[in-house]
Design a protein around this ligand. Structure first.
Ligand code: GLN
Length: 193
């Protein structure tokens, strides 16, 4: 199975290591033709504004926009901003794959970044079979302010949705690639299969 990681900017390597642990050597995606035979793609954390610029420069914007509508995709932090239908603080264009409104840098500046335990919603307890609570690493993270009724919540931090899914499209505002657990990567690969 060929799984891609968008590799224009941001936290590419930690995802690569997680996928290798799970037996997949990912493709670093930089050009449109690399999308054609992928089973799924990870849009990593980083800086969404820079990513948009580089996606356009590399003529990936429209091919990726098409890809994420139907193929398994997981956006992390900046990647989740790229996938949201509506982006605020400030407004920014996006790939519009998930009907959510997301506010950038919504917890404050870099030194307001934090790690805290998450809770999974009941439907997901059976999948994430782990005794330990899943930790969420939030780095200049966005906040999901609104979500359509067809978008399911997988994880919450306190009472807020921090990981959501619609069909095969996932978005998390935290960074699972920076903790020891591989369970969320395993979950994404199960969607690609
Ligand atoms: N603040 C970044 C943005 O707006 C996201 C940060 C991250 O990906 N860790 O794009």
């Amino acid at each position: 199975m060929k799984v891609g990681i968008l590799a224009l900017q941001g936290a590419v390597q930690p995802h690569e290591e997680k996928l290798k642990k799970l037996g997949i050597t990912p493709i670093q995606v930089r050009y449109p033709e690399q999308l054609s035979d992928l089973a799924g793609i990870i849009l990593p954390g980083g800086e969404s504004t820079t990513m948009i610029h580089l996606l356009k420069l590399n003529k990936l914007w429209f091919p990726l926009k098409e890809f994420v509508q139907t193929k398994p995709t997981w956006g992390i932090c900046a990647g989740s901003i790229l996938l949201a239908k509506t982006v605020t603080h400030p407004f920014q264009e996006s790939l519009e794959a998930l009907d959510i409104t997301i506010e950038r840098n919504a917890y404050g500046r870099q030194n307001e970044s934090f790690i805290d335990n998450l809770s999974e919603t009941s439907d997901w307890k059976k999948f994430f079979k782990t005794d330990k609570a899943i930790e969420g690493v939030f780095i200049r993270a966005p906040r999901i302010k609104q979500l359509a009724s067809n978008v399911k919540i997988i994880f919450k931090h306190k009472e807020e949705a921090v990981m959501v899914q619609k069909d095969k499209c996932l978005a998390s505002t935290f960074h699972p690639e920076l903790t020891d657990s591989t369970c969320i990567h395993e979950y994404f690969l199960s969607l690609c299969n």
